[in-house]
Design a binder for this molecule. Structure first.
Ligand SMILES: Cc1cc2nc3c(=O)[nH]c(=O)nc-3n(C[C@H](O)[C@H](O)[C@H](O)COP(=O)(O)OP(=O)(O)OC[C@H]3O[C@@H](n4cnc5c(N)ncnc54)[C@H](O)[C@@H]3O)c2cc1C
Length: 460
């Protein structure tokens, strides 16, 4: 076995998270090894809408140029559609500046990041599969991998190993105590030359039984994601085709229908599970996790890459400041403070994603949310500031979440309260609490929040 290739940092995986982290650390002079099991471009339906908050993070990382040359489409806001009605909301400005999100092909973005790190002298990129994390006296000292087309195990040692092997992480089980939950599945198709009702916008179709997302990912392609609740993946069949053409198609804006019907006829479906994985890292010296291996939320709000870039800035800055990546005490301190503080940036992204998904599963809350956002002003601007990750104000998010529920009560008890509509309002408020309570607790295992929400649980 070949051994003792020593680096400051060793990255497991060069997806969006691993690639950007390597680029950032390399830019600051750290010697980084990146082990990626498949360097070829992938056809993926994940990570295709980068919110403005993620663009801002890339800018802060000094890596915004990696969005160039991808035929990425600017995204300036969202359009919402329900039962023949629609409206749109624009993203707010950030520090007086208009920041657009981007619709892009994930495979192309990842390859662009990889080309960049391949050109950096500080970074060694290896195509191989990481087989295990190596340990000495309870501390992770690096990894063992096998190179592509080889059985030989090669060892790499590093001051810190960063695991970013994605949603199907094989190392999560050793490094996290989180329980993984599949909330639903997304079925994805590419719509060719699709005319969108709101150009350069994300489109949320508040459909029955579950929402659909539509957004441009290149100048000729538009992604549609159709949600299938529960934990059974949709399978290609005549029944699926009938569902898409008979149940989903009539709920889509008419402009989209020609390209949607053509895509259904072509039958190039992709299906992905949508996970909820709270960040529950077990503290182990010499190793950290970022990206989907650490933390996942429902992709309805397109927050995954933004959360990853926020973590990269947060952990990356701490490591750069540490300087000597072989001073184990300082590395461990940096990782510990990263884990302790990361919720400040990511709580809103995580809570909103699964709270909004929960709202979409409840008929009364769904209508309340649509009407609340449509009423405009702060009801639209502040929630979209949170969705875009321009704002990370958790209190603001919770205020709007409960305001939606009470707005719904107002709608239900009109024109006057009756025992029936009071009972329905109570059920809706109870549902709202039970949606948001576990999500807030996931972000704050702290005592105060737990007890505040337990009290709310007693009331509802
Ligand atoms: C259906 C769906 C839609 C989504 N849409 C959006 C969206 O619009 N916007 C958004 O921001 N987020 C979205 N997300 C989330 C987003 O895609 C992820 O948060 C993001 O891709 C995570 O990046 P990552 O680097 O952690 O994982 P990945 O990009 O999956 O990268 C992991 C890498 O690790 C490599 N690897 C795995 N195991 C090993 C090993 N043993 N050795 C070496 N290499 C290994 C893999 O080959 C891969 O390259 C979506 C997610 C889903 C499921």
């Amino acid at each position: 076995m070949e051994t003792n290739k020593q680096f400051d940092v060793c990255m497991v995986g060069a997806g969006v998270a691993g690639g950007i982290m390597a680029a950032y650390l390399g830019k600051h002079g750290l010697r980084v090894a990146v082990i990626e099991k498949n360097m070829a471009e992938q056809e993926r339906m994940i990570g295709e809408l980068l919110q403005p908050g993620g663009v801002i993070k890339l800018h802060e990382l000094g890596l915004e140029n990696l969005l160039d040359g991808l035929d990425a489409q600017p995204i300036t806001g969202y359009g919402l559609f329900m039962e023949g009605d629609n409206f749109k909301i624009s993203y707010p400005k950030h520090d007086g500046q208009t920041i657009t999100g981007r619709g892009l092909r994930n495979g192309k973005f990842v390859q662009r990041i990889r080309q960049h790190i391949l050109s950096m002298p500080e970074i060694t990129v290896i195509e191989g599969t990481v087989k295990e994390l190596t340990e000495e006296q309870g501390r992770v000292t690096g990894i063992k991998y096998t190179a592509k087309h080889s059985e030989e195990e090669i060892q790499i040692t590093a001051g810190l190993t960063i695991v970013c092997d994605g949603m199907f992480s094989v190392f999560r089980a050793q490094l996290s105590s989180a329980q993984k939950k599949v909330s639903s599945y997304f079925l994805g198709m590419i719509l060719k030359d699709c005319e969108l009702p709101f150009k350069n916008h994300g489109h949320v179709i508040v459909a029955k039984p579950s929402p659909c997302l539509i957004y441009p990912i290149s100048s000729t392609e538009t992604r549609i994601l159709i949600d299938f609740p529960g934990n059974e993946a949709p399978r290609k069949s005549a029944a699926l085709t009938a569902f898409l053409t008979g149940t989903i198609a009539p709920q889509l804006p008419p402009q989209i229908l020609p390209s949607f019907m053509a895509a259904v006829a072509e039958g190039k479906f992709k299906v992905m599970p949508n996970h909820l994985i709270p960040a529950r890292p077990v503290k182990k010296a010499g190793v950290a996790m970022i990206g989907d291996s650490l933390n996942m939320r429902h992709p309805l709000t397109g927050g995954g890459m933004t959360a990853a870039f926020s973590d990269i800035l947060n952990l990356g800055n701490r490591l750069v400041k540490t300087g000597d990546l072989h001073d184990t005490t300082r590395i461990d301190k940096a990782v510990k403070s990263f884990y302790a503080g990361r919720h400040k940036q990511n709580a809103t992204i995580n809570i909103l994603a699964d709270a909004l998904y929960g709202v979409m599963q409840n008929e009364d809350l769904k209508i309340a949310c649509y009407d609340y956002l449509k009423s405009g002003g702060k009801h639209a601007l502040e929630p979209i500031a949170i969705l875009s990750a321009i704002s990370r104000d958790e209190q603001l998010l919770l205020r709007h979440f409960f305001a939606v529920a009470f707005y719904g009560v107002g709608g239900i008890i009109k024109p006057f309260p009756t025992p029936k509509n009071i009972s329905r309002s109570y059920s809706m408020l109870k549902a709202a609490v039970s949606i948001v309570r576990p999500l807030v607790m996931n972000e704050h295992p702290g005592l105060f929040t737990r007890s505040a929400f337990r009290m709310a649980g007693v009331l509802f």
